[in-house]
Write a protein of this length. Structure first.
Length: 490
């Protein structure tokens, strides 16, 4: 087994804090390789027959020894490339890189400083353009790397034109809504229409500016042991996708074992015949990396959600970008009918929250009107929740301890006409309306289903049993909700 290409994250440290950074680069990882260790790694890679090393980060030039490291790579007879944001690269650095025939990858996320700097930081556009100008003047090979997302999609024509003016090729990544982007995903997620049109748009732009037509590469996992990813602490992975997931397992440290011992046919056997979570469309000067809804065969399943507290934490993170929407909401659709999981009633009683149990099975926050005889009307339409202390703006007395059914909304349950219980997105909620207006309901659904699939069977069964008891007591007034089915209850 011969490794030819190594993509080496030489540090996770970075001088910028880009809002869409997948690996949340900023601070160095614990136990990053020292300068002497990095030199030793280069020697080991040379001995293993590696032909090419691409340095990435973080920002490689944050390392004081970046230039000596590159020089050592070249002196050992390997081809070298480096991907940079350009802000720490001096004119002298570029002259050295040009003398050593080092290829550059330069990050550019907009055709103007206004767009690029808003994503990456003040002055970053000018630095990137300066590097590209000087690289062109010295005849260096370079490729521009850009990430397409909601804020740059409509600028893609201008980005391609701008990059072409330097005479360089363009590598386009569809945004991965992980890392920092996961915290603000509604701002970055491409709409359904944008995702559908992206490939055709890139193809037309490549034909217009480069005179070539990108085509899709064959489907399937690309991992075959010829290219690997080296993390800044010396841990080796078969694919960069693994590094995005903390549960992934490294092959081992390149300082401890020879490369040929770490990378064997058995190490990537599970990749053979598997699908890839990315799809590549490429021509000589333009490439596009698309996301696919496929689980990477190298990434183990994530952590199982065992408790209701853990599930509530995941739901809070899912809805965090929409917190202000709830505060500003004036609708009554989520008032009243707050049903409780078995342990929640006792916890709320301890906080002096009135609860009521109906038919000795289902507990609710008590917001229902009562008759003179003390009977409870569970069919009342949208009773005002007893824990709402203010409606404009909306405030909840127990917000930090609000029940699961509140945290779940606008997702809930619906019983279809065929008797099948489904997880449903209620479309009469302001959050749902925002999702539809932005064209990102599909992305929301994918994220919610990921949470569902992580719930432990025992907890999942308890949720379903509890809701079925609730449903047996009362249905939604006026015969139901307008909803979109997310998934049938298993």
């Amino acid at each position: 087994m011969s490794v030819r290409d190594v993509h080496w994250e030489v540090t996770n440290a970075c001088n910028l804090r880009c809002g869409h950074c997948v690996q949340c680069a900023g601070k160095p990882r614990p136990s990053e390789l020292s300068p002497d260790q990095a030199i030793a790694v280069v020697d080991r890679l040379t001995a293993a027959g590696v032909h090419r090393i691409c340095l990435t980060g973080g920002e490689p030039f944050v390392r004081p020894d970046c230039l000596p490291l590159i020089r050592h790579i070249v002196e050992r007879g390997m081809t070298c490339a480096v991907i940079t944001n350009g802000m720490l690269v001096t004119t002298q650095d570029l002259r050295q890189l040009a003398d050593w025939s080092v290829s550059l990858g330069v990050s550019l996320d907009g055709p103007t400083a206004a767009t690029h700097d808003s994503l990456r930081g003040s002055g970053s556009f000018a630095a990137a353009v300066s590097v590209l100008d000087q690289a062109r003047a010295w005849g260096m090979n370079a490729t521009v790397y850009t990430t397409v997302h909601r804020q740059t999609y409509d600028l893609l024509d201008r980005i391609v034109e701008f990059v072409h003016s330097f005479g360089y090729g363009l590598h386009i990544n569809e945004i991965s809504l992980a890392g920092r982007a996961s915290q603000r995903w509604p701002e970055y997620a491409l709409s359904r229409t944008q995702r559908q049109d992206l490939s055709d748009r890139v193809r037309l732009l490549a034909e217009r500016w480069y005179g070539e037509t990108p085509t899709y590469c064959p489907d399937g996992c690309w991992v075959d042991g010829s290219s690997v990813y080296l993390r800044s602490d010396g841990q080796l992975f078969l694919c960069s996708e693994q590094v995005q997931h903390p549960q992934s397992h490294a092959l081992g440290s390149v300082l401890d074992k020879p490369l040929g011992t770490l990378v064997t046919a058995d190490s990537f056997a599970r990749c053979q015949g598997a699908d890839c979570c990315y799809r590549v469309m490429a021509s000589d000067h333009v490439s596009l990396i698309r996301n696919q809804p496929v689980a990477c065969p190298l990434v183990p399943p994530g952590k199982t959600i065992q408790t209701l507290d853990e599930l509530n934490h995941e739901l809070d993170a899912l809805y965090a970008p929409f917190a202000q929407t709830c505060v500003d909401c004036r609708d009554k659709c989520c008032q009243g009918y707050v049903w409780l999981m078995p342990d929640e009633a006792d916890q709320l009683v301890e906080r002096d929250v009135p609860t009521v149990q109906i038919n000795d099975t289902s507990s609710f926050i008590h917001s229902f009107p009562e008759g003179d005889d003390g009977s409870i009307d569970v069919t009342a339409e949208a009773p005002l929740c007893s824990q709402l202390c203010c409606l404009q703006p909306r405030r909840c007395r127990i917000y930090a301890d609000r029940p699961f059914s509140c945290r779940l909304y606008p997702v809930g349950f619906e019983m279809r006409e065929d008797g099948v219980l489904v997880w449903a997105l209620h479309l009469d909620c302001q959050i749902s309306r925002q999702l539809e207006a932005r064209g990102i309901t599909d992305e929301f659904s994918r994220r919610f289903e990921t949470i569902l699939d992580s719930i432990a069977p025992e907890l999942y069964a308890q949720i379903i049993t509890t809701y079925r008891q609730v449903h047996a007591i009362s249905t939604f007034p006026h015969g139901g909700n307008t909803y979109r089915t997310l998934k049938e209850v298993r």
